[in-house]
Ligand binder design. Structure first.
Ligand code: G3I
Length: 369
């Protein structure tokens, strides 16, 4: 063997060993395998995570890059934060998330363009504080959507265009939001049209929670079917996936995926977390101090493992319909659910950012033949 060949062999051998031991080390924590959720699921669908700009540095960022291949801005792209006043946009936070996604070659979901919550009050008011007309609010919605979608055209592959427009009460169809009160149901179709005009390549979603509740599922189906039949550019339904250890059942989840995809739409799980407290699903934040003394009991842990395993078994079965699964936050260190007055443990990484047992249940599956 000549010297050149020898150096090359030595280099190859050292690179091999380096890659075998290449685990991500987080300060004061055990190493995490170099293989991430995104790698285990590479033949199924991208695995995403909702982030705030503060997570793009330090230990969270290491975990994010190691485990996920898609990002969603938890708050930074919403109407209130990004467009606080009529003639003022605040781009910094959303830009930093878009730049991080691009740098690390991650996909980026846009969240969201039209929602009843976190909508700025100026949107619905005249300078003297009266409620604006339908024409004015639709023009403002158009300006907002056109500007935001245009800015992130080269970064965002798909948008949650309308979020949570359907009511949770069985007897009420549309949520009586300011959008609805001023425009009637028309704002929904308009939002999709404005988004499509701004970026014809973007995949456009209707996104909601409680999508496995039979009554709400039926209402969403009816609304989306009507939109499709009217030629509105809608391409997918987002099941938020704010679930719990006892809800929903695999059967209800399957029904939702089947029903929405029967319309020729793609389905994504857009905001996955599994609350350790049994109870109803819900998408609204109840502000409160988080009680960090609550324990993650062995019962909670087992129930959550069973539920996560079941969800991902179903997700894999529907890999041809599901085009993404996104977690709502990175680790149990911080979750929006902590704001309900008690500490929650809804994710696959613990408060030290280490994989929980549920993580291994999710990634150790037998590949289908
Ligand atoms: O922006 C202020 C900041 O200036 C201030 O320092 C801080 C102090 O509390 O509050 C900040 O705003 C909070 C924001 O999160 C950023 O932390 C809001 O009060 C708070 O309401 C907001 O909560 C977000 C919630 O949407 C709003 O309803 C959660 O982080 C976010 O996880 C949650 O996400 C929603 C999805 O978009 C839609 N589906 C349901 C899901 C959970 O509610």
């Amino acid at each position: 063997m000549n010297i050149r060949k020898g150096i090359l062999v030595a280099l190859a051998v050292s690179l091999f060993f380096a890659s075998c031991s290449s685990s991500i080390k987080t300060t004061g924590a055990k190493p995490i395998s170099a293989k991430g959720l995104k790698d285990y699921y590479k033949d199924f669908f991208p695995i995403g995570v909702a982030v705030a700009p503060r997570m793009l540095h330090g230990e969270d960022s290491v975990l994010i890059v190691n485990q996920f291949n898609s990002l969603t801005a938890e708050n930074a792209m919403k109407m209130g934060p990004i467009h606080p006043r009529e003639n003022e946009y605040y781009w910094k936070d959303a830009d930093s998330i878009a730049a991080f996604a691009k740098k690390h070659r991650m996909r980026l979901r846009g969240h969201n363009l039209c929602w009843h919550a976190q909508a700025p009050s100026w949107m619905f008011q005249t300078a003297t504080g009266d409620t604006v007309t339908k024409e004015v609010v639709l023009q403002r919605l158009k300006d907002h959507i056109t500007t935001v979608v245009n800015r992130y055209k080269d970064y965002v592959y798909g948008w949650d265009v309308v979020n949570e427009a359907i009511d949770d009460r069985d007897s009420i169809f549309y949520r009586p939001s300011a959008w609805y009160k001023i425009c009637g149901e028309e704002f929904i179709a308009k939002a999709f049209e404005y988004a499509h005009a701004a970026d014809p390549k973007a995949v456009l979603f209707y996104n909601d929670y409680n999508t496995e509740n039979p009554k709400k599922r039926e209402k969403i189906y009816e609304m989306v079917k009507k939109l499709k039949e009217a030629g509105v550019p809608i391409h997918g339904v987002g099941l938020q996936g704010h679930w719990s250890v006892n809800n929903p059942s695999g059967e209800e989840l399957r029904k939702s995926i089947q029903l929405f995809s029967s319309l020729g739409l793609q389905v994504q799980v857009t905001e996955l977390d599994v609350s350790v407290y049994a109870g109803r699903q819900g998408g609204q934040l109840v502000q409160g101090r988080s009680d960090t003394t609550s324990n993650f009991t062995p019962e909670m842990e087992q129930q959550q493992r069973d539920q996560y395993k079941m969800f991902f078994d179903v997700f894999r079965q529907y890999k041809n319909k599901l085009t993404g699964v996104t977690f709502w936050n990175v680790s149990d260190r911080y979750s929006w659910l902590d704001g309900r007055g008690r500490k929650n443990y809804p994710l696959l990484f613990d408060t030290k950012r280490q994989p929980k047992k549920a993580y291994w249940d999710v990634v150790n599956f037998k590949a289908a033949k």
